[in-house]
Design a protein around this ligand. Structure first.
Ligand SMILES: [Zn+2]
Length: 383
């Protein structure tokens, strides 16, 4: 099926076209230009004053719309995939943590099964395991944490059947060096996070192969005499980081410091969204703990933030309306940058011929009007 989307403008995201037309053939973008003559039989969708941008890629998300990605049911992951596509997300890594280390094994098997069945909405690219080899739990259960164990890592990677892409590790724990080496061997990218590592300990981990920083500033130390993981990452152009720019997890000035120090090409926007994200306020179970969603904050009883209630469109809107980035820059940080980190930059994260037809249409108020995931249309009404 061929069709054309027409809108006031498009961000590729590196270039801006105004007006803009995108020709989609099946699941792939065939052409993008200011105007395209519709081929015989092609349907034309007029999107008026909307801006077309590459679909959002969320590298750190636990669930949303009532769906949990830490599930033993691959169908629930499929449900999230369709719900997220209606909100402009066209690819994601499933972030998994569990009550106890061994509990992660069936969750990884379910994610691997969801990938082999194929997701019809947002594409599940792989798994981000948030632990268990961490030292600072943040909102994660303390019982999830365990000392580095390369043999257990191999067991986890085996359960994930090749789809374990990213793992958050605290590098200061005894045995972390060997764990980082084992992760590299297993094809798993190591992210530093949930850690009290000093700058020197983090420098060492990056030299050993760690390449990413999990929710920068959150659940890590940062002090002017010991800038920790952030200080070490700044010296390494090959290291990327992710930020939860929901206005709750980071002061806007803290987000601005990271974006200006590292540059947008090294910063991915993530939600760290949890199961109730996108739902009305109320009480929910998060990883076996009782949490309350109120005023855009997901809180545990002690007042710890229990992940975020934001969607990718929310973080993009927060960044742009807060004056932290223009829409083009926010689009780069929500598509092209995470596509690179997720290893899919050759087919996702850009509006260009041959790329997956992963597109979000945003209103002038930056609300999601509609989205296309590998050519299939979604909107917020899709369940
Ligand atoms: Zn998380």
């Amino acid at each position: 099926v061929n069709y054309i989307l027409r809108a006031a403008r498009a961000l590729t995201p590196f270039q801006e076209l105004a007006p803009a037309a995108v020709l989609i053939r099946g699941s792939v973008i065939d052409a993008i230009a200011e105007s395209i003559e519709p081929p015989e039989g092609a349907r034309v969708y007029e999107l008026g004053d909307a801006t077309l941008a590459p679909g959002f890629i969320d590298l750190h998300v636990h669930g949303g719309g009532g769906f949990s990605l830490a599930t033993t049911d691959p169908e629930e992951i499929g449900g999230y995939s369709r719900w997220a596509a209606g909100r402009g997300v066209t690819a994601f890594l499933a972030s998994i943590a569990a009550a106890r280390p061994e509990d992660a094994l069936p969750l990884l098997r379910a994610a691997a099964e969801a990938i082999s069945r194929g997701t019809t909405g947002a594409e599940l690219l792989g798994v981000h395991l948030e632990g268990p080899f961490i030292t600072l739990p943040g909102a994660l259960p303390r019982s999830w944490m365990t000392p580095p164990d390369a043999a257990f890592l191999r067991q986890l990677a085996g359960a994930a059947a090749g789809c374990l892409q990213l793992m958050t590790v605290a590098p200061e724990a005894a045995g972390a060096d060997r764990l980082i080496a084992a992760a590299e061997k297993a094809g798993v990218t190591v992210a530093l996070g949930h850690t009290e590592a000093t700058c020197e300990q983090a420098e060492r981990a990056f030299a050993l192969g760690a390449r990413h920083v999990t929710h920068a500033f959150n659940a890590m130390r940062f002090h002017h005499r010991d800038p920790g993981v952030i200080g070490a990452a700044l010296q390494r152009p090959d290291v990327t980081l992710e930020i939860i720019a929901d206005g709750v997890h980071l002061h806007p000035a803290a987000a601005a410091i990271l974006i200006s120090a590292f540059g947008p090409s090294r910063v991915a926007l993530v939600t760290d969204g949890v199961t109730p994200a996108g739902l009305p306020e109320g009480s929910f179970q998060i990883g076996g703990q009782e949490a309350r969603l109120s005023g855009g904050r997901m809180l545990l009883p002690g007042g710890t933030l229990a992940g975020s209630a934001a969607t990718m469109a929310d973080v993009v809107r927060h960044l742009v309306l807060g004056g932290l980035a223009d829409l083009r820059t926010a689009s780069i940080m929500s598509s092209a940058v995470p596509a690179g980190i997720g290893g899919v930059a050759a087919r996702k994260g850009r509006l260009a011929p041959g790329y997956d037809a992963d597109i979000v249409a945003l209103s002038p108020q930056l609300e999601v009007v509609a989205a296309w995931a590998r050519g299939a249309a979604f909107d917020a009404g899709v369940r």
